[in-house]
Design a binder for this molecule. Structure first.
Ligand code: TRP
Length: 380
């Protein structure tokens, strides 16, 4: 835990339960308690998204104020994003299934930012490459089924004019020493890193700014993104907006386990959205981190540990019927289901999901423009 370091641009150290507790304390976020879960469940007509019921989204900032506003009939909106540094894999897409669920439950507008500029400044990739991923990633995301009327995708380069205009308002209230302290930037870093956070903060008030209606914003993100929004909560009131609220996740499980070194071959590191049924099955069989036992006898006798098992976890995030999940959990834990069988169940679930995405993706290829941020079309 000594070497635990979590910033948007660098994550190191083992992320176990203790590490998350430490981050919660250090960042000053609150855990999502049963009271909040019950309030959401009530609004969602008795259901919870698996990433919420399975405690992947586990922390928050002033989520209660969003629920208060909703219950009082006041508008709010959602904001999330993605750094388009490569092909998307299933772990990248799952948080968007959660945001989609929130959008449907609350029937609200959603801004999705693609920080192509961030990936240029920090990753060292070519612009042409990033542009290709940006376009691909947008298609991947909208193929989940977002409503084009209420979903506003904003690419930083494409919408630079609007974003930059508001980013200067933010930048004027952030000092270099804050950026150094919060993001771990040092004197040998490029100066783009110092300014960029202003760009990621803009969508947290953008809809309020363009609609000239002060609204709260709820941001789903993985905990490494917290520095941006900690700073945003400091700055936004100075600009006359609400502090953004947050619903915060742990990192999603990685195919080969969260503490495994990234495989040298990228293909083996994750299940990508364009993987065939055969590839999905093979990757699970060959690489998936297993909560099973070393031998068949031991597994029958002692059962597996589903809570660390990649196949079980992915299955549980994609299966909407929580009764089915509970049954598989018990069967796997008690040794009635073996690891190989668990992988077959998960492979099928994942492939069905991917197949549906690919069908939608084909249909949406010429419709991307309907989803892009356009201040004119804002219904709020
Ligand atoms: N910086 C994020 C990344 O690299 C992308 C992002 C932009 C984001 N805005 C966001 C993520 C809001 C979550 C919420 O992935």
């Amino acid at each position: 835990m000594e070497n635990l370091n979590v910033t948007p641009w660098e994550v190191s150290g083992e992320l176990n339960d203790a590490a998350y507790s430490k981050l919660v304390e250090k960042f000053g976020v609150d855990l999502i308690n049963d009271n909040l879960l019950n309030r959401i469940k009530k609004i969602a007509k008795g259901k919870l998204h698996p990433l919420l019921s399975r405690n992947v989204f586990f922390a928050h900032r002033e989520l209660n104020l969003i629920l208060d506003d909703y219950e009082n009939g006041k508008p709010f909106y959602l904001y999330t994003g993605r750094g388009p540094s490569g092909k998307m894999h299933i772990g990248h897409l799952l948080p968007f299934t959660f945001t989609l669920w929130l959008q449907r439950v609350f029937n609200v507008d959603l801004v999705i930012q693609l920080t192509d500029d961030e990936k240029f400044l920090i990753g060292g990739k070519q612009k042409s490459e990033i542009e290709k991923f940006t376009n691909e990633n947008i298609l991947d995301i909208i193929s989940l089924g977002f409503d084009p009327k209420k979903t506003h995708i904003i690419g930083d380069y494409k919408s630079a004019k609007t974003l930059y205009y508001y980013a200067t308002d933010v930048a004027r209230h952030i000092t270099v020493s804050t950026i150094k302290a919060v993001f771990g930037v040092n004197d040998s870093d490029n100066i783009g890193k110092v300014f960029f956070p202003s760009m990621q903060i803009v969508p947290a008030f953008l809809l309020s700014a363009v609609s000239k209606k002060k609204m709260r914003c709820l941001i789903p993100y993985a905990i490494d993104q917290d520095p941006y929004f900690r700073v945003a909560r400091d700055v936004l009131p100075k600009l006359g907006y609400y502090k953004p609220s947050a619903i915060i996740s742990k990192f999603l499980p990685a195919l080969q386990g969260n503490s495994a070194k990234m495989s040298s071959s990228k293909e083996e590191s994750a299940i990508f959205l364009d993987d065939s049924r055969e590839q999905v099955r093979k990757k699970l069989m060959k690489y998936a981190f297993s909560g099973g036992r070393d031998t068949l006898e031991e597994q029958r006798k002692y059962g597996a540990n589903p809570d660390v098992d990649f196949a079980f976890l992915e299955y549980s995030f994609l299966e909407e019927d929580q009764n089915n999940v509970e049954k598989i959990y018990q069967d796997y834990k008690s040794g009635r289901i073996l690891s190989g069988e668990m992988k077959v169940i998960a492979a099928e679930k994942i492939s069905d999901f991917l197949e549906k995405l690919r069908t939608n993706r084909e249909e949406l290829k010429d419709k991307v423009s309907e989803y892009l941020f356009d201040p004119e079309k804002l219904s709020v």
